[in-house]
Structures are given as structure tokens and as C-alpha cells.
Design a protein around this ligand. Structure first.
Ligand SMILES: NC(=O)c1ccc[n+]([C@@H]2O[C@H](COP(=O)([O-])OP(=O)(O)OC[C@H]3O[C@@H](n4cnc5c(N)ncnc54)[C@H](O)[C@@H]3O)[C@@H](O)[C@H]2O)c1
Ligand SMILES: CC(=O)N[C@@H]1[C@@H](OP(=O)(O)OP(=O)(O)OC[C@H]2O[C@@H](n3ccc(=O)[nH]c3=O)[C@H](O)[C@@H]2O)O[C@H](CO)[C@@H](O)[C@@H]1O
Length: 418
């Protein structure tokens, strides 16, 4: 097959590489010129295990290249849409998907298969198929085919999960789903389940909403544990010994491109709702404030003047071992602190523009707030760090410190025991 992948981000680039290494000829269309240049030089612009080796291999075999020119998609049999679907002013911004569809309409031949991998509100894939019909004058299910194949991979494990995860494929027509199933079989070893496009859209959104609501429940438990003098992590470990209980991990918040917006995408086309999903969102969005309250409490206990204090945030990424800062609670925390304290510093080994070294970031600082569970932060030498600080306050927003380090005033989300 000749495949065109539209949007070479966290999902599109690994997907393009995967199809190319499974024997297809792949062209990646990307609007960002800097990204195209970097990719064609054999270097990925995102952090993901194995990505650079795999990218170099498919470029060397001449199975893949990136381009900004839509004309390069002429002659393609399969289009895969992997563009972003963010929220803007609390509403889904589907303009990237729509633009991709308009590009496809200009270059698509009869018989083409169009797969939307981007996460979209229920009803979008059918709407996009109708738009393609209007723009091309051809009929879906007869002249061209449209399916939704939502992506379920977890950053950090993308190349493994692309192969071994099960997939849901929803066709606008049944034939579209069958064609898409055949396509994904070129590398998927997991199950492939076929359904209609709107069900597939809802399944994807339900999965992420399930996770978000469960994290909100864990966060509520953490807040209660703080008041009851309980270590919530110990309590969760014990509760999870029940055969039907699986409480998630509480923390400073829920970031990333997906979980903070997918529950809203799920609600966006509905007229009525019960409110649970929205409440869970509000709880998770409010968690940076809970971490901040712990900091203020600690400063009050030590009589530290907030206005002249220096606070260091460890981690800017939305979760451990990634460089992705989209919707990161650490950014929200920084925003909340700015203007209230004398200086807010950040250190993230994966992110340029933060302090160059941990030592640099903590020297003379009054407090450290752990906002990301990077591997590097799990076994730090707290004695050494403490010696560099002006005042030794440590707030754990990610439950990665089991025993409070000596000499520190330690507080943590869910740590009512300290
Ligand atoms: N990141 C994840 O972990 C993840 C996992 C599963 C599903 N998803 C979903 O997949 C989709 C993509 O997410 P992502 O994280 O890869 O986003 P991303 O922002 O990393 O990548 C999207 C890319 O598409 C490009 N683009 C936008 N419009 C374009 C156009 N018209 N033509 C060519 N290129 C265009 C952008 O420049 C960008 O590089 C979203 O809907 C997301 O919800 C993401
Ligand atoms: C249903 C599901 O599994 N979906 C996954 C999810 O992937 P993700 O990269 O967004 O990763 P998460 O691990 O969910 O983290 C998000 C944020 O929640 C915080 N968190 C997490 C677990 C917890 O118990 N307590 C927390 O506080 C964490 O720190 C981070 O800020 O969406 C992708 C895109 O759709 C999916 O493809 C992928 O399958």
C-alpha cells in the first residue's frame, strides 16, 4: 500500500514508522517545517523509546519520508489522520481534522480508504465522511471508505503497544471497517474488534473518561486521608487487595493531550448529563491548588515569608519519563506561584529552558515541590540537596517519597500521616 499519514506528532510519527517497517510505502504530511526537516534528518522531535533507530531504518530503506507538500500525497491508497484535537475555550477544536479532510479531498483517488486515528467527539467521523462526499462528489462506501481507528497507545510504550494492544475499528460503512481491519493487521498482533464509527468514537472517549474519573476518586480519597491522618498510598495498597477494587494513583493533577480534554469531547455533543464526569474534571483540575495549600501550610509553620521565598518545582512534564508538557499540572502550579513568591524555578531533565542542573535549581531555595514522577527524582540524595537549600521544605505531589527525608518539613498529597 501507499499510505499517507497526516500529522507527525506523538501518534502520527510512530504510526508512520510502524506502517513503513511493515512493508508499506509511507509519506508523512506535516505542516511544521522544522519538524519535517528534523524527521528527514533521521531524528525524531519527540522523546519515545526506540524511535530514532526505527526512524533511521525506514528512511535508509526509502520506505518513509516527511513533507509539507500536500501534492506528495497523490497516488496514496490510504490516508491516516493523526492531527491534534484540542479544546479551545472548553470546546473541541476540530479545525485540524477538518483541514486534513480538505487536503485529502484534493488528492484522493477513487477507492481510497481514509482512517481517522485522532480522538474525536461522537458523530465526527460520519460528519467528516459527509464533508468528503460534498468536496469530492464521490460516495462513501462505494467510491471511497472512511473509518475511525482510535489510538490507544501509552507514550513511553508506543512501539510495543502499537503491536500488542487490541484495536477498535469503526466503519462509516461495514466495508470501510473491513478494509481498515485488513490494513492494521499488517502489524497488529492484538485483537481487532469491528463496530460502527460513532461507537468506536465513544469507546475511546469512555476509556479515557474512566481513567480520569477514577483518578479524581483517588484524589478525593487523598484529600480525605490528609484530614484523617492517614497515608493514602498505604490505604490504597490495602484496599486494592480486594479482588474487585482497583483505586488509581492520586497526585498533583492530570495532564497530557488526552485525559484533560477527552471527557469534554465525550460530553460535547450531548444535550443532557448527570454531572459526574464534569465534577471529576474539576477535582483533577484543582489538584495543583491542593499542593499549593500544603506549601503555604509549611511556610506558615516555619514562619517563612511567602513574598521573599524561592520555590523549586521538580518536573514540568505531565508525567514521568516524557518531555510532553501539554496541560501539565506543573505548568498550572508555576502559574499559581508566579507573583506570589519571589522566584519560581523549574528543573526537568527532559525539558530545555528549565534549570540546567538540579543543584542549580535548588541552591538557596526554600521549598521543593515534586510535580512529575520522573525516574531521576525517585532516588535523590536528599541530604545533599538539603545542604544546598535555604529552608528545607519538601512537598511531594506525586507520592514518590515513601519515608520523609531527615531534616525536611515534609508534606505530600494524600500524606495525612506526616
Ligand atoms: N499523545 C497521545 O498520547 C495520544 C494517544 C492516543 C490518542 N491521541 C490522539 O491522537 C491525536 C494526535 O495527538 P498527538 O499527541 O499526536 O498530537 P500532536 O500535536 O503531537 O501531533 C499532531 C501533529 O499534526 C500536525 N498537523 C496539524 N494539522 C495538520 C494538517 N492539516 N496537515 C498536516 N499536519 C498537521 C501538527 O503540526 C502536529 O505536529 C489527538 O486527537 C489525540 O487526542 C493522542
Ligand atoms: C485509558 C488510558 O489508559 N489512556 C491512556 C492515556 O495516556 P496518558 O499518557 O495520558 O497517560 P496517563 O497515565 O493516563 O496519565 C495522564 C495523567 O494522569 C496522571 N495520573 C495517571 C494515572 C493515575 O493513576 N494517576 C494520575 O494522576 C498522570 O500523571 C498524567 O498527568 O491517554 C492516551 C491518549 O488517549 C491513551 O492512548 C492511553 O492509553
Amino acid at each position: 500500500m501507499k499510505i499517507g499519514v497526516i500529522g507527525l506528532g506523538y501518534i502520527g510519527l510512530p504510526t508512520a514508522i510502524m506502517f513503513a517497517s511493515s512493508g508499506h510505502q509511507v509519506v508523512g504530511l506535516e505542516i511544521r517545517e522544522d519538524v519535517v526537516r528534523k524527521i528527514n534528518s533521521g531524528k525524531a522531535h519527540i522523546i519515545e523509546p526506540e524511535i530514532n533507530e526505527r526512524l533511521k531504518a525506514v528512511i535508509a530503506e526509502e520506505r518513509f519520508y516527511a513533507t509539507t507538500r500536500p501534492e506528495d500525497l497523490r497516488g496514496v491508497n490510504v490516508f491516516i489522520v493523526c492531527v491534534q484535537t484540542p479544546l479551545v475555550d472548553d470546546k473541541p477544536d476540530l479545525s485540524y481534522v477538518e483541514n486534513a479532510i480538505r487536503t485529502i479531498a484534493e488528492v484522493m483517488d477513487r477507492g481510497a480508504l481514509v482512517v481517522i486515528e485522532s480522538t474525536v467527539p461522537p458523530g465526527t467521523t460520519v460528519k467528516m465522511a459527509r464533508l468528503l462526499e460534498t468536496l469530492s462528489g464521490m460516495r462513501e462506501g462505494i467510491d471511497f471508505y472512511v473509518a475511525h481507528a482510535p489510538e490507544r497507545v501509552m507514550p513511553g510504550r508506543i512501539f510495543r503497544e502499537l503491536v500488542y494492544n487490541s484495536r477498535i475499528i469503526g466503519g462509516v460503512s461495514h466495508k470501510s471497517a473491513i478494509l481498515a481491519e485488513r490494513l492494521y493487521r499488517s502489524f497488529v498482533k492484538g485483537e481487532i474488534y469491528i463496530t460502527d464509527a460513532t461507537t468506536a468514537e465513544m469507546v475511546k472517549l469512555m476509556e479515557n473518561t474512566f481513567r480520569d474519573v477514577n483518578i479524581a476518586l483517588a484524589n478525593e480519597f487523598a484529600y480525605l486521608a490528609q484530614q484523617y491522618g492517614v497515608n493514602v498510598f498505604e490505604a490504597i495498597k490495602l484496599a486494592n487487595t480486594h479482588p474487585r477494587v482497583n483505586i488509581h494513583v492520586p497526585g498533583i493533577g492530570v495532564g497530557g493531550h488526552c485525559l484533560p480534554k477527552d471527557p469534554y469531547l465525550l460530553l460535547s455533543n450531548a444535550k443532557k448529563e448527570f454531572g459526574l464526569i464534569r465534577l471529576a474534571r474539576r477535582i483533577n483540575e484543582g489538584m495543583p491548588k491542593i499542593a499549593l495549600a500544603l506549601l503555604f501550610e509549611a511556610f506558615e509553620q516555619l514562619n517563612i515569608d511567602l513574598a521573599t521565598s524561592i520555590v523549586t518545582i521538580l518536573g514540568l512534564a505531565y508525567k514521568g519519563d516524557t518531555d510532553d508538557t501539554r496541560n501539565s499540572p506543573a505548568l498550572k502550579l508555576r502559574e499559581l506561584l508566579e507573583g506570589k513568591v519571589l522566584e519560581v524555578r523549574t528543573y526537568d531533565p527532559y525539558i530545555r529552558g528549565t534549570h540546567n542542573s538540579l543543584e542549580d535549581a535548588v541552591k538557596g531555595s526554600d521549598a521543593i515541590i515534586i510535580a512529575t514522577d520522573h525516574r531521576e527524582f525517585k532516588n535523590l540524595d536528599w541530604d545533599k540537596i538539603g545542604k544546598l537549600m535555604r529552608t528545607k521544605v519538601l512537598i511531594d505531589g506525586r507520592g514518590i517519597i515513601d519515608r520523609p527525608p531527615r531534616g525536611f518539613l515534609f508534606k505530600g498529597i494524600g500524606r495525612g500521616d506526616v
